[in-house]
Design a binder for this molecule. Sequence first.
Ligand code: AOS
Ligand code: ZN
Ligand code: ZN
Length: 392
Amino acid sequence: MPTPSVLPDQVARDLREFSIEVPSWAYGNSGTRFKVFGTPGTPRDPFEKIADAAQTHRHTGLAPRVSLHYPWDRVEDVAALRSHAEDLGVSIGMINSNTFQDDEYKWGSLTAGDMTVRRRAIGHHLECLEVMRAAGSKELKIWLADGTNYAGQDSIRARQDRLAESLAEVYQGLGEDERIVLEYKFFEPAFYHTDVPDWGTSLLHCLALGEKALVVLDTGHHAPGTNIEFIVAQLLRQNRLGAFDFNSRNYADDDLIVGLADPFQLFRILFEIVQQDAHRPASGVNFMLDQCHNVESKIQGQIRSVLNVQETLAKALLVDREALADAQERNDVLEANGILMDAFWTDVRPALAAFREEQGLPADPFEAFRASGYEEKVAAERVGGNQMGWGA
Ligand code: AOS
Ligand code: ZN
Ligand code: ZN
């Protein structure tokens, strides 16, 4: 396919409607258990995190929502945080619950055998629903660190039963147009078994709960070699793909910039999305990032990330699906594969630059942000106070 100088109309229409949600925690300092490096200008409170996130949207037009993590992003006045976001041209997206940092949850949260602990964990999720409403959001995201480290440590079956009961209580708290999304992760911090380790377990719980419960697919949460696009196709088929947590992994849950470790995997995932029209807002799939920027500039990292998703989506939209269907019907394996590869290798960057300019956005949002002086400005302004971290 020759390099197009403009995007086909339908591709441009689809891209105009497409958006990505960014995580508040990506704007704070993060690191490993070895070291967390500080960066001048790092936000000191959730208001500053949102101001930084708004820069990503301002330069790309792609990231109008910011996910919050609770209680990391606890503020006295959620309504004030909401209007601060709106003043900056963004809104608050999903509220992420957090039951992985308190001593009480050492033996589990929604799965805990101790009823007092379980009640506390359920209460936390109901409180998250209140925060969600005050923030103007409709979605609660649940990721649980629950699991065990040794065979025999606890009953796997009993924990599933307790999880189902706890989730049902949280689900009862949902309003008509609200929903929960349940994330899975095959290991870490628990290393023997995890209570929601895979898409099947998440889906089973969601099916038992009802239509307002959907699965979150974090691209970093699978064993090496897992065919993630298959999971995408299957969840879409069941109308249960609620959201993505996009990131890149080389080894495990590395949370690196999406599309950098394996751009072709991102393309294959987005092609499954496109084939089922799930990139359109009407599908209800929330495309989010779940990333940390340990050594690179955080806002630049976020801008690069949303651009990677946009660029790869444009390629997936360029696949000649009619020709593909025809090749598939004739079982012409290599022609079918060639049609996909042709779209994957197409350079969409010049057409995307023109597309952005048409919308009054910089042709190169990454360079425009670097030249804007924002990082230097906040580094000079944000003195005193404590920089927020991933686990603030
Ligand atoms: C944890 O591994 C998950 O990816 C969660 O989405 C988590 O809430 C997020 O990464 C912040 O730590
Ligand atoms: Zn995640
Ligand atoms: Zn993760």
